[in-house]
Design a protein around this ligand. Structure first.
Ligand code: FES
Length: 109
């Protein structure tokens, strides 16, 4: 049975949603499964759309690999402001250590 943790999405409208996340899924997949409309994910995780943009916390960043060159290139084309903590959520994989972490969605995708 797959392991589940709970994570939070801080949405652009100021509300927060707490959802179950399956370890090994991407944050994008978790958002789609839980009807987080702020994550669009037009390309379905193929790293060609940049509409799954999120901002990660320092505590999350410490658990994940830095964005590779392809993700860096795609982050140049985000609709909302790219920040130092911008990531594409299809490239961020849910890990057990992310329990309770908060992922912020941008104002537009
Ligand atoms: S879903 Fe398209 S780049 Fe992440």
């Amino acid at each position: 049975m797959s392991k589940e943790i709970t994570i939070n999405f801080q949405l652009a409208d100021g509300t927060t949603r707490t959802v179950d996340a399956v370890v090994g899924d991407s944050i994008m997949e978790t958002a789609i499964k839980n009807d987080i409309d702020d994550v669009v994910a037009e390309c379905g995780g193929s790293l060609i759309c940049a509409t799954c943009h999120i901002y990660v916390s320092d505590e999350t960043a410490a658990l994940i690999d830095a964005a590779d060159d392809t993700e860096q290139d795609m982050l140049e084309g985000t609709s909302a402001e790219r920040k130092p903590n911008s990531r594409l959520s299809c490239q961020v994989i849910v890990a057990e250590g992310m329990a309770g972490h908060t992922f912020e969605t941008p104002e537009s995708q």
